[in-house]
Design a binder for this molecule. Structure first.
Ligand code: INI
Length: 153
């Protein structure tokens, strides 16, 4: 019989770091409140959540790495890259995704990617309390599952 190893959604006792970018802050602050609500509703003590703000999504990976050395069980990255008329979008979105993935491979805790990459503002609003829910909240739930899974592995 196969042994199944999986996380759960009991977040009590978890220490959580959140890196959130200020660029497009009307979107990223909704991601943050969605994530905070979900963490607390699942049992995280608010005193065990550390939130660090950075200028933009490009800066998220470097700070996520620093947060890992501050006794965390999981780090959640939140940001919003919205396509403009220039290739800047691709560089910023690409670096944020590659950078977070690269940090996640280096460290011993899960790093979660809650960075929206959308073509326009409407798509971002749809994902921060609109018709597609709140991606910050979804990322927080995934963070709890991964943090509890890592503790078993
Ligand atoms: N940063 C974002 O988080 N989202 C964006 O949409 C964005 N755009 O479009 O430019 C953005 N740029 C700033 C970037 O993340 C850095 O903060 C900046 O380049 C300084 O390093």
């Amino acid at each position: 019989m196969a042994k199944i190893i999986e996380g759960n959604f009991d977040a009590s006792g978890l220490r959580v770091g959140i890196v959130v970018s200020r660029f497009n802050n009307f979107i990223t602050e909704s991601l943050l409140s969605g994530a905070m609500n979900e963490l607390v509703n699942h049992g995280v003590n608010e005193d065990e959540i550390e939130v660090v703000r950075v200028p933009g999504a490009f800066e998220i990976p470097m700070v996520a790495k620093k947060l890992c050395s501050r006794e965390k069980d999981v780090v959640i990255c939140l940001g919003a890259v919205i396509r403009g008329g220039t290739p800047h979008f691709d560089y910023v979105a690409g670096e944020a995704a590659h950078g977070v993935a690269s940090v996640a491979r280096e460290v011993n805790i899960p790093i979660m990617f809650g960075v929206l990459t959308t073509d326009n503002l409407e798509q971002a609003q749809d994902r921060t309390g609109g018709k597609y829910g709140n991606k910050g909240a979804e990322t927080a739930i995934a963070a709890i599952e991964m943090a509890t899974l890592y503790k078993k592995l």
